[in-house]
Design a protein around this ligand. Structure first.
Ligand code: HEC
Length: 150
């Protein structure tokens, strides 16, 4: 996806969310990204250096010299349970911190130590990464019928 379109979408979402203050309008019901490509997701995970801090259960990923990954993604130790939580943990890391780690290991002043990628990551990269990570979690995916117009 073109970054211009992404920025436009984000500004529309921000305008909408700031305009409506009631809870119903803020509901995430119906939110569902299109499916991504897990192979491209693995590539994106590596070129964005997510493996600087993360290992993934059941995957052998190359390490980055000088960095020791300290949070394992997937598996039974982590708390992500729904598709929405998985997406949120990437685009809004401080919303809920991963469980099973001492707070000072994963956060500083209540903020996740994870970088915020939102200005660099395209929606395509996000959907690809989610599709790649999803099988490593027992994630509940909502069933929505979404339509892609040509
Ligand atoms: C500088 C270190 C760092 C980098 C780089 C990083 N993360 Fe994280 N990530 C963390 C930390 C620390 C946590 C645990 C705290 C939290 O939940 O935000 C975390 C948590 C997560 C979680 C939620 C874990 C769970 O099961 O609750 C996901 C998913 C995740 N990261 C994906 C990514 C992806 C995808 C990238 C690359 C685009 C990335 N991370 C890059 C540090 C990092």
């Amino acid at each position: 996806m073109n970054r211009g379109i992404l920025l436009l979408l984000l500004s529309v979402v921000m305008a909408l969310t700031s305009a409506c203050d009631n809870e119903k309008m803020m509901s995430e019901k119906g939110f569902r990204l299109p499916d991504g490509d897990p192979v491209a997701g693995r590539e994106a995970f590596l070129y964005m250096h997510c493996n600087q801090c993360h290992t993934i259960e059941g995957e052998s990923l190359p390490t980055i010299p000088g960095y020791e990954p300290f949070v394992e993604l997937g598996g039974a130790v982590t708390r992500v349970q729904t598709y929405g939580e998985l997406v949120t943990s990437i685009i809004n890391p401080s919303h809920k911190l991963a469980e099973g780690y001492p707070e000072d290991v994963v956060s500083e002043d209540g903020q996740s130590k994870m970088y915020v990628y939102n200005s660099y990551m395209t929606v395509q990269e996000l959907t690809d990464i989610v599709m790649y990570l999803q099988p490593h979690y027992d994630v509940i995916v909502p069933e929505y019928n979404y339509r892609i117009y040509p």
